[in-house]
Design a protein around this ligand. Sequence first.
Ligand SMILES: C[S@@+](CC[C@H](N)C(=O)[O-])C[C@H]1O[C@@H](n2cnc3c(N)ncnc32)[C@H](O)[C@@H]1O
Length: 223
Amino acid sequence: MNSSTSKEAVINSKVIKIYNERAKRYDVSTLILYNLLGMRVNRHRKLAVKKLNLKKGDTVVEIGCGTGGNFLYLEEQVSGNGKIIGVDLTPAMLVEAESRVKENGWKNVELLQSGGESFEFPKNVDAIISTFALTMIPEYDRVICDGADALKQGGKWVVMDFRAPQNWLKRFVPLLVTLVKPYGGTIEMADRHPWESMGKYMSNVVVKGFWFGMAYIAEATKR
Ligand SMILES: C[S@@+](CC[C@H](N)C(=O)[O-])C[C@H]1O[C@@H](n2cnc3c(N)ncnc32)[C@H](O)[C@@H]1O
């Protein structure tokens, strides 16, 4: 194991511990947090999914799918004969995702336990999404590169996440880090800029900020 992979393994085991403990309460606790912060998260989930330009029958991969909070919106787009591949590092989060899938009777969702950084994307996928997860992965650039390789021509990669604001709220970054710390958030995450990687490997990158510039949705197209 080289030093970067052993560092990765330590980070991943911390993430697994945090999310194994939080999985059962994740949906309720994050909804409360988002409401307290005045963020209408489901509206943004829907918007992020819309940017994937999915059609019925398409295959979409979600990296860091967690409990499957985006699945309903993805299902609405790809419907029964399309496919959703949900990838996550944490077993307990996938257990919650599996319950959601069963409760809704969805037959077209495949759940895989894997780090995004070591996931082998299936070839020619129609779209890839990651929400509030990619910035947690130190090797996010590799994930974006591998995903871009696997996308079919014209396919979309969409990322929604928090970011350090560049406006007058800059001074509140330490407070923001404190808020996301129970969810594995770290100050290092402020220096990770997935939209820059998207620009390296794809075209037509569009980044739209929301929640006072502290969150964004970035989209890019495979050419
Ligand atoms: C804040 S939750 C977001 C979950 C979901 N995407 C959402 O929007 O609610 C972060 C998720 O990323 C997952 N995660 C963190 N590091 C990961 C990695 N290296 N590979 C895959 N998933 C990872 C965690 O297990 C967790 O489920």
